[in-house]
Design a protein around this ligand. Sequence first.
Ligand SMILES: Cc1cc2nc3c(=O)[nH]c(=O)nc-3n(C[C@H](O)[C@H](O)[C@H](O)COP(=O)(O)OP(=O)(O)OC[C@H]3O[C@@H](n4cnc5c(N)ncnc54)[C@H](O)[C@@H]3O)c2cc1C
Length: 460
Amino acid sequence: MTHTEKINNITKQITIQTATGKPFAFVKKSVSHVVPNNNQKIKTTKINIGELTDILEINVSEKTCVVESGVTFINLVKATLPLGFIPYVVPELKNITIGGAISGCSVESMSYKYGGFHDSCLEYEIITGDGKIINCSKTKNSDIFEMIHGSYGTLGLLTKIKFKLYPAKPFVKLSYINFSSFDEFWNFFTNQCHTGNYEFIDAIIHAPDKLVACLGNMITQTPYLSSYEKENVFYKSTLKKQEDYMTTEQYLFRYDTECHWLSRAIPILEWRAVRKVFGRFFLGSDNMIRWSKRLNKISLPLAVQNLPPVLAAKKFLHYKKRPDMIVDVFIPKTKFPTFWQWYKEYFDFFPLWIVPYKMPNGIYPWINYKHTAKNDENFFIDAAIYGKKNTALEIDYSDLMENKVFKLGGIKTLISRNHYSPTRFAEIYNLKLYNSIKQKTDPTNSFGTVFERMVTKQKN
Ligand SMILES: Cc1cc2nc3c(=O)[nH]c(=O)nc-3n(C[C@H](O)[C@H](O)[C@H](O)COP(=O)(O)OP(=O)(O)OC[C@H]3O[C@@H](n4cnc5c(N)ncnc54)[C@H](O)[C@@H]3O)c2cc1C
């Protein structure tokens, strides 16, 4: 099917479904990377966008690429790397899609120079809530172009994207620098971001006294190659090694096998023998996400097991409403030491993945300037909290984190539970601008607003 035929199919679906008055949900082929919320029961009409999976053009001389929005990062990298290129920002999980990364969020070890994937984008084709096709770029419909990122599919359906490519080499050399004190780590880490000598910079904090800065560059020759697709566990290797070598593809998806470290939830999954025999059924982010959704439905938390049945049932229901925390929070760089002290005291959950992130063209327009005025910079530190249990009745860690991030003038991604009141939400998001774009791309609110889709009914 050609791209035009696919688009015509989708616009037809949208035009018919608009009449039902229900909000839309997009059905892709790949697994979703938004944490499902047990409370969200918005009735939606399904729009099938599963055919949008083609790479349409790789222009080597222009260093650009055109893809449909359902192309996954693994398929994209497999196509561009043999030609000597990678995207500027490649989220670590193989089956995150281009459309999802733009509409939601993306962050990786090149983000300290280049921001999110959307910052390398040149043009979007979107379908509006009433089935029209709009092309936008920095010069054409630029107000729409700038607001698509962070709109979580509520300002239009992305169908085609043109973006820049980054010159690549086949291998990556990584250096791991260990620290036992945060202050020393912090001085070193921020200095590396400032000098910018490495192509890749991030860090893993294994414990308050085990902090590892990970610095990498692409190279053409390598003395050996490590692999973390089967028996070896990448995040653990950063504690043991001083340096490492991988193919560029393996580096970009180094966290995929464990879905960062979600494999820790079932410790035998980190045993070599088990991985060798059963790895293909359980390892890899797709498997892990599918299994975690299944297990979330049936697992009984320890806290419940010795209680009388009525109380246990009550607590169990409460627990089911609270998935493990998976969230990225962007803290202004100057506030990060304050955040760290607080995190150690109240969260004490490790590993913590640290990714420096620069908004390359200034603060994103979807953020309320009064909120960002609390910061005097466009440099953030993403703290990725993946897998913290949130079952205590007396404290909801997700809510606690949301409040702290707000107070520090940071931004919490909306990929998991959100607790904002409408007033607080308006303090963070530039709703005036958002609503003006909504009038242009979805005046009848077929896609739902970002508050309705990502926040409402997620309070528990
Ligand atoms: C366990 C886990 C680990 C993660 N790890 C990383 C990581 O390592 N690096 C990183 O950068 N990010 C990571 N993320 C965040 C992830 O990149 C975002 O959640 C991203 O938005 C997911 O995109 P997706 O392709 O899976 O789309 P989905 O999860 O299906 O959708 C995400 C949002 O984008 C919208 N959307 C999807 N496709 C389109 C489209 N074509 N047009 C308009 N809107 C669309 C959806 O409506 C939804 O609001 C992680 C998330 C989870 C849950």
